[in-house]
Design a protein around this ligand. Structure first.
Ligand SMILES: Cc1ncc(COP(=O)(O)O)c(C=O)c1O
Length: 320
């Protein structure tokens, strides 16, 4: 893991004191937040946000302060930190939007950390799944290594989500605090898999990104032929789309029943009303599966064209 950080980013973490292996990124993020966030502390995080962040911040007694990403381009909006701000929790490449922050946006966030003396926790699980632009770890910006915990995992880069091998790298004093919490979460985990992970991390991640870029484009083109409007996605597994002015929560409840296709509404990742029409589709599937999904959505649109599904029973939505 130390060698991976050196090879890809020129960072030089000490493998003994500046790297902590975790049960996936999920445990790394939880341990870092539980270690660094106390009662009343504010955690700044991009909004929409991956759904594990807010519950852990609440568990630690803290609260989230959203930094909006603005659709359709998902650029960084207004960044404000309250007096209780302690931590910036940054996820880029970003789930659920697929946005990869650019150098100017990263510098804005780094400046905030330096000025307000914030510690950054960065969730970089999609670091190698970038199709447009490039991924730059926040820890590589000036004066950021000493205040940043970088979290990643094998899950996305090698399509090994079930292995749950993740890691946290950063300065020894911060990693020690993560280790202090991790000790009582799981102590250790997946040790045989860690040996395989070490081999996997030597492999070139580029071929997977090339394949996923083509799948992103395939799904985007297909969704448009089925009447959806797609938003840009520069990385991750995800592509967002709207269907007319349909409410995405209702749409996503209806689609499995009506079309046999599942998507997730952005209301699962954000409370902002502006994001209500947007649904997240995943393109990390076999080509045949993507083609079948597109075909089903086209038929669904041709058959019902329903944008206002009606409720029948507790859970089931049927075509109008
Ligand atoms: C943004 C983000 N962070 C963390 C994770 C979890 O990573 P892991 O499987 O390594 O625990 C995911 C998985 O979906 C994710 O999308």
């Amino acid at each position: 893991m130390a060698a991976h950080q050196r090879r890809h980013y020129g960072l030089e973490p000490d493998p003994v004191t500046e790297v902590q292996v975790t049960f996936g990124a999920t445990e790394g993020l939880a341990a870092a937040l539980l270690a660094l966030v106390g009662a009343g502390d504010e955690v700044l995080a991009l909004d929409p946000a991956y759904d594990s962040y807010a519950p852990i911040v609440r568990l630690a007694g803290g609260r989230m302060r959203p930094i909006p990403l603005e659709p359709p381009g998902w650029r960084l909006g207004e960044v404000e930190a309250g007096p209780a701000a302690r931590v910036l929790l940054l996820n880029s490449p970003h789930n659920p939007t697929g946005r990869v922050l650019d150098d100017g946006e990263l510098e804005r966030l780094a400046r905030l950390c330096r000025e307000r003396d914030l510690i950054a926790i960065t969730d970089e699980v999609y670091e190698h799944l970038v199709y447009d632009g490039r991924h730059v770890p926040l820890a590589t910006l000036p004066e950021m290594w000493e205040r940043t915990l970088t979290v990643s995992s094998l899950g996305k880069t090698h399509s090994l989500t079930g292995w749950k091998v993740g890691w946290v790298t950063g300065p020894a004093d911060l990693v020690e605090r993560v280790r202090g919490v991790k000790q009582f979460l799981s102590f250790a985990g997946g040790t045989p898999l860690q040996h395989a992970a070490a081999v996997g991390l030597e492999l070139d991640p580029a071929p997977l990104a090339v394949a996923l870029r083509a799948k992103r484009d395939r799904l985007a083109a297909g969704l448009r032929t089925a009447g959806f409007e797609t938003l840009p996605s520069a990385g991750t597994y995800f592509l967002n789309a709207t269907f007319g002015d349909a409410d995405a929560t209702q749409l996503c409840q209806a689609l499995p029943h009506e079309a046999g296709v599942a998507a997730i509404p952005l209301s699962a990742f954000s409370e902002r009303p502006a994001l209500r029409p947007i649904a997240r589709f995943a393109f990390c599937k076999r080509e045949q599966v993507l083609d079948e999904a597109i075909e089903r959505l086209r038929k669904w649109k041709a058959g019902s064209g329903s944008t206002r599904p009606r409720r029948r029973g507790a859970e089931v939505w049927t075509p109008v």
